[in-house]
Ligand binder design. Sequence first.
Ligand SMILES: [Fe+2]
Ligand SMILES: [Fe+2]
Length: 163
Amino acid sequence: MDRPLSFMRLLDIHRDMTRAYRQHLAALIALNWEGSLSLLDDFGERLSCHAFLEETYILPVYAERAGSIPGGAPELFEAEHRRMNDFVIWLRDDIRAALEAVPQPGSARESALDRAIDILEREFRFKHLLEHHDMRERNVLYPTMDTVTTDAEKASLLSLAEG
Ligand SMILES: [Fe+2]
Ligand SMILES: [Fe+2]
């Protein structure tokens, strides 16, 4: 069956990214530092790729046609992309530092747990931002794009944005 011609399809990419992010988080909670780092790299690549495609193909059309929408200025989406990409860099640095830290004799597990707890604070701020951004696109960007584009434009923009 053909997929619907709607920008809401891009939520499938969000869902896959959320899944990848949660795998990273689960590895961190299990104190699997190497695994959590490589899963974060995988997630970070997907995130920056999706943000780049949105900024290249979706947001310029939205900025031109959507008019003024409260909570929906194009710059807001771009600012959140930058902030999410920054978070991934900070988290990568945090995890690398934890990987390189020399455990104290006799208390390796406790110190690893302490480090993970500190990193989780940042993880949860990031998780909140990710959810917030998903909601903003789910409620504003994608439905608005559905109303301001023709079917032919939808088909071509979606094929570009879905990579
Ligand atoms: Fe986005
Ligand atoms: Fe998105």
